[in-house]
Design a protein around this ligand. Structure first.
Ligand code: DX5
Ligand code: ZN
Length: 232
């Protein structure tokens, strides 16, 4: 399983976003954290910034909407240029309708779970999604400590994806660094968001490569141990 590394611009210098995007050109996606000061106690950026950023970089944008009423606002992020849009299931009024609308508008549909939200009630929704995000911190801020207690949920999610034979990406976000990424990969994650671990590094592009190498080393090893239950 190829590992994807998505640097989070939440840890970048907001006055130089185009340069900060270029600083991680080897990254798979740029992770853009949209916060509304309601769903989470922090306020970041919205559609106009995403629109400008999309014009300034060739790296596709992975927009993580930590906002109330994503049913209303998500389509605007696709029109602004996002290639992937993640909404929180806790905030969505109609997650199936929303996922279908995101796909119909040409973006990848992704659903996020806060740490206290279990995956099991949403098993039947998985075929509607292109990615599932398991938060590994309480959303709202960069630089928080990785929550190890999320590892069983990552593992259970990977098992459900395999059980249904889906091509669903499993993303982790929060506290992902060189010291935690192997645990995430071993548990079954394949898309890794990293904010402070990338933009806090002296050489962000090198940090991306190092994180990817660590994740792929682990998924390769895990694959040999039969962690994949695909085809069951
Ligand atoms: C937190 C955001 C994350 C954040 C991660 O609510 O969703 O994307 O940028 O930052 P680090 O990697 O520093 O935990
Ligand atoms: Zn995020």
């Amino acid at each position: 399983m190829a590992a994807q590394i998505n640097p989070s611009i939440l840890s970048a210098d907001f006055s130089r976003l185009a340069d900060e995007a270029k600083a991680v050109e080897g990254a798979d996606w740029l992770h853009v954290d949209v916060m509304d000061n309601h769903f989470v106690p922090n306020l970041t950026l919205g559609v106009p910034v995403v629109e400008s950023l999309a014009k300034a970089t060739d790296t596709p944008l992975d927009c993580h909407l930590m906002i109330e009423d994503p049913d209303r606002w998500a389509p605007g992020y696709i029109e602004a240029g996002a290639g992937s849009v993640t909404f929180h299931v806790e905030a969505a009024a109609a997650p199936v309708r929303l996922a279908r609308e995101i796909r119909a508008k040409g973006a990848r549909a992704s659903m996020a779970l806060r740490p206290a939200t279990p995956i099991e009630p949403y098993e039947d929704l998985l075929p509607e999604l292109d990615m599932l995000l398991v938060m590994t911190v309480e959303p709202g801020f960069g630089g928080q400590a990785f929550l190890d207690i999320m590892l069983p949920k990552i593992r259970r999610t990977r098992e459900l994806i395999a059980k249904h034979g889906l091509e669903l990406w499993l993303q982790v976000d929060g506290g992902v660094s060189a010291s935690t990424i192997e645990r995430c990969a071993e548990a079954g994650a394949d898309v890794f968001v990293a904010g402070s671990a990338v933009y806090g590094a002296e050489d962000p592009a090198k940090a991306v490569q190092e994180l990817r190498a660590l994740a792929e080393k682990t998924t390769g090893a895990t694959g040999l141990c039969g962690h994949s239950t695909t085809g069951r």
